[in-house]
Design a protein around this ligand. Structure first.
Ligand code: BT5
Length: 332
């Protein structure tokens, strides 16, 4: 049975100001009186909320006369952790946060059909049926990674949708590189480190012939996985395994969201060239001998460029050029 545990579904407008106040004053005592005056809430309400945060794993000291002091935050991707950063404009204005779910992409699809707005973010600590492309499985163990989906309602034609995968790949690679990890993008949807997969992207679209209804971008980043087993042992890696120490998931998540907004806004303004330029600077596919395994055929040759739609251009051994829109690439 697929378990679904929703912790919170909330608009940024209604964010929990008490938690934000504590987060912004971490390590300091704030009195109940101060909280109640500044935030216009009763002392009883504050007390109730504080107990709720403690249940989530926030370590909060309460000392008579001194007040409350947030000592440490749990390693969870709680929405207020994202909202405490004021920089995001549309991404995460609404957040669905799960402890467990089948697949964030599947949930996002339902929410998109129900009319949830552009930029809605679906996050889960764990996926029981995480999806890769073409019916493949994405391992998403609890608290070990970032498993998210974004609902987008872009003003693009359906054939431009692959551009969004490139935006997500650039954002993901840049967020990871901030840790000093020299990862690279493998066309179309992988983030690799030393040829091992660190993150994957699954873009799904709902469209009519000439119009996109919505796009769901799913991103999975292996953060603190200590060990991969079975098939994944030789092909997957995590930030923990690279850095040899635990990595703060909240920071990666926030960095990713900021980068995504930045490059997505380029796309929206018609500056896709800027995305492409960055993609090219971060990729490990162009210039390589590749084999593309498509649904119906295999193609071998040199990947020499991507075009203005994000399609991969391959020069085959006979000199002819193929334009690849989707498929699995193996680097030779
Ligand atoms: C992908 O597919 O790389 C897309 C992965 C997208 C996952 C996110 S998580 C949040 C959102 N909700 C979802 O349900 N999905 C998205 P693909 O290129 O088809 O790669 C899948 C293959 O990667 C599998 O067949 C495995 O070989 C391998 N794999 C599975 N789990 C992995 C992991 N955690 N890390 C690295 N490789 C993995």
């Amino acid at each position: 049975m697929e378990e679904e545990i929703l912790i919170k579904a909330q608009d940024k407008k209604n964010k929990n100001e008490i938690l934000l106040y504590l987060l912004n004053n971490k390590g300091k005592y704030v009195s109940g009186e101060e909280l109640s005056e500044k935030l216009n809430v009763t002392r009883t309400a504050i007390w109730k909320h504080i107990n709720g945060f403690k249940k989530l794993g926030y370590e909060i000291d309460s000392v008579p006369r001194l007040g409350y002091c947030l000592k440490s935050s749990p390693d969870i991707l709680y929405p207020e952790e994202i909202w405490k950063d004021e920089e995001l404009k549309f991404l995460g204005n609404k957040i669905y946060y799960y402890e467990s779910i089948g697949s964030t992409n599947e949930k996002a699809k339902i929410l998109a059909i129900n009319g949830e707005p552009h930029g809605t973010l679906i996050l889960s600590e764990k996926q029981t049926m995480g999806k890769g492309r073409m019916g493949r499985k994405w391992e998403s163990p609890k608290n070990e990674g970032i498993w998210l989906s974004i609902i987008l309602r872009p003003n693009l034609s359906p054939e431009e949708a692959p551009k969004i995968t490139l935006v997500a790949a650039v954002a993901c690679a840049r967020a990871i590189r901030k840790l000093g990890i020299n990862c690279a993008i493998k066309w179309p949807n992988d983030i690799l480190y030393e040829e091992k997969k660190l993150a994957g992207i699954l873009t799904e679209i709902s469209a009519e012939i000439d119009r996109i209804n919505h796009v769901i971008v799913g991103v999975g980043i292996n953060v603190n996985t200590k060990k991969f087993t079975g098939e994944l042992e030789s092909i997957a890696t995590s930030l923990y395994l690279i850095k040899e120490e635990p990595v703060d998931r909240k920071k990666i998540l926030i960095d990713f969201l900021k980068e995504f907004e930045y490059f997505y806004s380029k796309l929206e303004k018609g500056n896709f060239q800027d995305v492409l330029k960055e993609w090219k600077a971060l990729n490990c596919t162009i210039g390589r001998n590749v084999k593309i395994i498509g649904k119906t055929k295999e193609i071998e040759g040199i990947a020499f460029d991507i075009d203005g739609f994000g399609a991969l251009l391959i020069r085959k051994n006979d000199g002819s050029v193929e334009r690849i829109l989707s498929g699995d690439v193996s680097l030779r």
